[in-house]
Design a protein around this ligand. Structure first.
Ligand SMILES: *[C@@H]1O[C@H](CO)[C@@H](O)[C@H](O)[C@H]1NC(C)=O
Ligand SMILES: *[C@@H]1O[C@H](CO)[C@@H](O)[C@H](O)[C@H]1NC(C)=O
Ligand SMILES: *[C@@H]1O[C@H](CO)[C@@H](O)[C@H](O)[C@H]1NC(C)=O
Length: 382
């Protein structure tokens, strides 16, 4: 691999903010010790000079820039992958269902991937060289990607997952979201799991690892794919745009968890080629008609590729679809709050607030723990 100037710039851009955050946090954590901040600078500096070929894992990655910084930073609040439950900031308890399929962190065997035909390289974009003005980032168009990439990337870094942005080519005569099965199939070869999250979907609890959620969602070693159940829209008493022709609610492709199994590759091939109608007469209808690849999966693929009943897993709508306040808008009748991944199919602008809130929620918790631990060093009580 050639270590280009551009790569180096990406490294520096990703590293520097982390170093600054870390110096600040380390200072608070270790108030009273003057050596810690310098150690942090030294550790941080090493990430700038680290080359891809130095890594144990030879898959090229954007993620090498953060190294161990984020896992270290989040250590005090990270949920263990084998945790029996997770309690959120509002006191809601989410259990793992007593399942322990996944007992060890999978690290770089999990890929978090963003896939889009748009490129976040415009004003305030993550791929724009000019300094970003966060206040002016609008969660619309390609700037929506910037908001999502920040959330998805930070999440991948906290848990040591790999991260990629797959900038896809449009597919002729198909709606843009048809790129998903093609791109996902391509990425799946190099990982154990690939987790795709839409540009308008935001991870809410940065400290909760995928492995915990896989257990919670009953994603077993035999599961090929998992997607959340869609929110239903009812117009004039008809829910017919939310269900397939057999009346079963469609799955929403805003969150896709894929496991690298031979069965999965066969399934992805069938999905990606669905509109050729070689295997599925009538699939061509969904090239440009709503809801495109999502409906094609629900109409055809899910009835053909679930021989054991656990090959295709339906994630509860409330966990990974919708957002608080969606119900009642656009005739949506299901109150799915997106407890783990909020999907802003409407009110896309809120994705930015959601990204800020998720990050500040975890930073707030970290700081709160450290104010408590170090109050004797911080507090002057008059
Ligand atoms: C996985 O599939 C194999 C073979 O069909 C079966 O024996 C096993 O019980 C399955 N495991 C789970 C967790 O479903
Ligand atoms: C859904 O039902 C409504 C009311 O019966 C009908 O007008 C519409 O064409 C149907 N849409 C689809 C996609 O079947
Ligand atoms: C989309 O649906 C319309 C109305 O049912 C149909 O006429 C059209 O052929 C469909 N598009 C494709 C690409 O099949």
């Amino acid at each position: 691999m050639v270590f280009t100037f551009a790569t180096q710039r990406v490294l520096i851009n990703f590293c520097l903010p982390t170093v600054l955050v870390l110096i600040f946090v380390v200072s608070v954590f270790n108030a009273g010790s003057i050596t810690a901040p310098f150690q942090a600078i030294k550790d941080g500096a090493s990430c700038v000079s680290q080359r891809p070929e130095d890594q144990k894992d030879h898959r090229p990655s954007l993620a090498y820039g953060f190294g161990d910084l984020m896992p270290e930073l989040f250590k005090p609040i990270k949920l263990p992958v084998t945790a029996k439950d997770f309690i959120d900031q509002r006191g809601n308890k989410f259990v793992n269902g007593g399942r322990d399929y996944w007992k060890e962190p999978m690290g770089k065997d999990i890929l978090v991937v963003d896939i889009d035909t748009r490129n976040p390289n415009g004003e305030n974009g993550v791929f724009n060289a000019k300094k970003m003005d966060w206040e002016k980032v609008e969660a619309a168009g390609s700037s929506l990607l910037t908001v999502a990439h920040i959330n998805h990337f930070i999440y991948s870094q906290i848990h040591g997952y790999d991260y990629k942005f797959f900038h896809a080519k449009k597919i002729r005569n198909h709606f843009d979201t048809w790129i998903k099965p093609h791109a996902l199939q391509r990425m799946l070869h190099n990982y154990k799991f690939v987790v795709f999250i839409d540009a308008d979907a935001i991870i809410q609890h940065l400290e909760v690892p995928m492995e915990f959620l896989f257990n919670r969602w009953n994603i077993s070693p035999n599961t090929s794919i998992a997607m959340p159940i869609d929110t239903q829209q009812v117009f004039e008493g008809e829910n017919n745009i939310s269900v397939d022709s057999k009346g079963k609610i469609v799955l929403n492709s805003g969150v896709v968890v894929l496991q690298n199994l031979p069965h999965s590759h066969e399934m992805m091939q069938a999905w990606a080629e669905c509109t050729t109608e070689k295997r599925y007469p009538g699939c061509g209808h969904w090239k440009t008609n709503w809801s495109h690849e999502q409906r094609a999966f629900s109409e055809f693929i899910r009835y053909d590729f679930n021989p054991d009943g656990n090959n295709i897993v339906e994630i509860p709508c409330n966990d990974a679809n919708g957002f608080p306040g969606l119900v009642g808008q656009a005739s949506v009748v299901d109150d799915c709050k997106g407890e783990f991944v909020r999907h802003y199919t409407l009110n896309k602008g809120t994705a930015k607030t959601s990204t800020s809130d998720a990050l500040m929620q975890s930073m707030g918790e970290l700081l709160q723990k450290n104010f408590a631990n170090n109050h004797r060093n911080i507090l002057i009580e008059e």
